[in-house]
Design a protein around this ligand. Structure first.
Ligand code: ADE
Length: 315
């Protein structure tokens, strides 16, 4: 409930992702003045940057409903059929982790996206017939952390493909101030910036850290969150000044100490650290790459000198 109320409700309230915002403003206005639905939209990028929020905002701005689902819930073709036949004209369908769609479900989507109909084959062999079910026009918003894992027939059916980028510290500071207002918590601008700096460019993380710092301030009796309180609380949470958490540091120190900073494969790193390979690849690595602590080479990933310096593991 509270999570929901923290989400921006419209494009004007949405902070950051300027280019995407502008494209959406234009697309929404144009579609509305023609009385059409918005083209299908594919959003990709690391988790927590606001993909679901954007789908919800589009629906609200277009005055339609948004159905939210994820590919693993659409295992059987009939799961996705059930959703599609129940869409009202113009509705938004949000499918998270769309690169994981089962093949049969994905193939149903092709004609649904392109011609707003479902083609079904009934029966087998010479007595097989095709049945066509017409659908309302809808907007598919697909989200993925791995755009390269999408098949090209699926990718080609999106009218707009956009990457969400990590947020700047000043954008995250603004989000902290906005969220603090909703949570009725006092945060100084220094306090907001300290939390923002440690949030790995990610709004979901900045809001989570703010809640933990707010708990800390409340229990220790600080009347407001300034940079001292924020630093104390975040040190207690083991979120370091670069925003790296315990797992980030484990991944880097394993690469440095155990693999002597030589290229290491994802599976080997997963096995050595006890972390899930997919989580390493989709959640941890993007930020470590972004801040230049990790490099990906054809032979594996290697930690950079900056990572060694940050961890105090220089040779
Ligand atoms: N809360 C989470 N993400 C946000 C964003 N991009 N803009 C405003 N508030 C947010």
């Amino acid at each position: 409930q509270q999570e929901e109320s923290l989400r921006p409700q419209n494009l004007a309230e949405y902070i950051g992702q300027k280019d995407l915002k502008q494209l959406l403003e234009i697309g929404i206005q144009a579609a509305q003045s023609r009385g059409e639905s918005l083209d299908h939209l594919l959003l990709y990028g690391p988790p927590g940057l606001g993909k679901t929020t954007i789908a919800l905002i589009i629906a609200r701005e277009m005055g339609v409903n948004c159905k939210i689902t994820a590919a693993p819930a659409l295992e059987r073709p009939r799961d996705i059929m059930g959703l599609l036949v129940n869409m009202a004209p113009g509705d938004v369908l949000f499918i998270d982790e769309i690169h994981r769609l089962a093949r049969m479900s994905e193939e149903l989507l092709y004609s649904a996206m392109e011609d707003f109909r479902i083609d079904l084959t009934v029966g087998k062999g010479t007595s097989a017939k095709t049945r066509t079910i017409p659908l309302s026009k809808f907007t598919l918003v697909g989200a993925t952390t791995k755009v390269g894992a999408l098949t090209s027939p699926l990718r080609d059916r999106f009218g707009l493909i956009q990457r969400l980028r990590f947020y700047e510290v000043d954008e995250l500071s603004t989000i902290v101030s906005r969220t603090a207002g909703i949570l009725q918590t006092q945060v100084t601008s220094d306090g907001a910036e300290e939390i923002a700096r440690r949030a790995r460019g990610t709004p979901r993380i900045v809001n989570r850290l703010l809640k933990r710092v707010r708990d800390y301030a409340q229990v220790t009796g600080y009347p407001q969150i300034d940079s001292t309180v924020a630093t104390e609380a975040l040190e207690l949470l083991q979120v370091d000044p670069m925003g790296l958490d315990w797992t980030d540091r484990l991944l880097l120190s394993t690469m440095i100490n155990q693999f002597n900073s030589r290229p290491v494969g994802l599976e080997a790193l997963a096995a050595s650290t006890g972390e899930d390979a997919q989580t390493i690849e989709e959640v941890y690595e993007p930020y470590l790459l972004q801040i230049g602590y990790l490099q990906r080479t054809p032979r594996g990933r290697i930690p950079t000198p900056q990572a060694k310096q940050h961890l105090g593991l220089e040779d």
